[in-house]
Design a protein around this ligand. Structure first.
Ligand code: IPM
Ligand code: MG
Length: 366
């Protein structure tokens, strides 16, 4: 039986990077004889323009039928004036929530070839390999009540609710402990339990779970300190687990350690490892339409998809190796380019990955 993949290009550089990633997916599907059925749908601003909402029912239905989803990026300044409920980002938040994709894995790996592209000294980041496990369907992003209200004195007040139930914390905690177990066995839980009760409970649940994972070493850190430690000595981290908002912020910081957010893939999983895969970068309206966006984060997201949702680890390995080969050749999109490198655009980078995949086959058949 074939597996279904839904492709949601989204806005701005989304379609540009997804086009390259899709080629790569189709190529490995052929090479590794994977029976995949690819479907395409609308989300974000593109959906808003076509149908008036950022996540049409049809897209949601397509998503529910899929085994995995590949997403580009959503949003752009042209929708800044749109009412809050209809903003492109709402489409993304809604699909995460409707599909219960609570577990967001954001690996920050520094490719040795890119050590000079990091804003930190090479020795601080060399060999960096962190996994941020971000809770994605709860916390202050989704807590109720929320809104902007007018007080009796006529002043307006904005409010959100930061809430986590024990079961939500336990679910993300287990995913993080399991991930740490498969890596170097160290888990750092990030909270703000010196101030926020919700994270006092968070810390308590993490402590309780630790008893089930004696092989994992659990530590805790306040989020402000974690931000500092990430830029001071990032290699101290193996797996980091945290809530939705802290994870959003820390994962951008971690991404930049690796030279460019244009390199970082992500997976968002439900309890059955059905998932949505997207690059960590956004829609980057400032560079869209110029064939300069880095497609590697999306291509590496395809590798994560093959590994976590489509049970095709060999195809995932092949993609990761191909990316590494391309970097070895010195090919770089502008975001990761130094004086020594050869600057290429989005399409040419996609071409290079396709070539590297083809070379692998030649080597194997030789
Ligand atoms: C991310 C993005 C999203 C988020 C936005 C676009 C809603 O920043 O995936 O990190 O905040 O989760
Ligand atoms: Mg973000």
């Amino acid at each position: 039986m074939s597996q279904r993949v839904l492709v949601l290009p989204g806005d701005h550089i989304g379609p540009e990077v997804v086009e390259q990633a899709r080629r790569v997916l189709e190529k490995v599907a052929q090479d590794f004889r994977l029976a995949l059925e690819l479907d395409e749908g609308l989300i974000g601003g593109a959906a808003l323009e076509a149908s008036g909402v950022p996540l049409p029912d049809q897209t949601l239905e397509q998503a529910r039928q899929a085994d995995a989803i590949l997403l580009g990026a959503v949003g752009g300044p042209e929708w800044d004036g749109v009412e809050r409920e209809l903003r492109p980002e709402r489409g993304l938040l809604k699909i995460r929530s409707e599909l219960a994709l609570f577990g967001n894995l954001r690996p920050a790996i520094l490719y040795p070839q890119l050590a000079d592209a990091s804003s930190l000294r090479a020795e601080v980041v060399a060999g960096l390999d962190i996994l941020i496990v971000r809770e994605l369907t709860g916390g202050i992003y989704f807590g109720e009540p929320r809104g902007i209200r007018t007080l009796e004195n006529g002043e307006r007040e904005g409010y959100n609710t930061y809430v986590y139930s024990e079961s939500e914390i336990e679910r993300i905690g287990r995913l993080a402990f399991e991930s740490a177990r498969k890596r170097n066995g160290r888990l750092c839980s990030v909270d703000k339990s010196n101030v926020l009760e919700v994270t006092v409970l968070w810390r308590e649940v993490m402590e309780r779970l630790a008893a089930d994972y004696p092989d994992v070493e659990l530590s805790h850190m306040y989020v402000d300190n974690a931000a500092m430690q990430l830029v001071r000595a990032p290699k101290q981290f193996d797996v980091v687990v945290t809530g939705n908002m802290f994870g959003d912020i820390l994962s951008d910081a971690a991404a930049m350690l690796t030279g460019s957010i244009g390199m970082l893939p992500s997976a968002s999983l439900d309890v059955n490892s059905r998932g949505m895969y997207e690059p960590c970068h956004g829609s980057a309206p400032d560079i869209s339409g110029q064939d300069v966006a880095n497609p590697l984060a999306t291509i590496l997201s395809v590798a994560m998809m093959l590994r976590y949702s489509l049970a095709a680890p060999a195809a995932a390995d092949a993609i990761e190796l191909a990316v590494s080969r391309v970097l070895d050749r010195g090919l770089r999109t502008p975001d990761i380019c130094t004086d020594k490198d050869e600057k290429v655009g989005t399409r040419a980078m996609g071409d290079a990955v396709m070539e590297a995949l083809a070379t692998r086959e030649l080597e194997e058949s030789a």
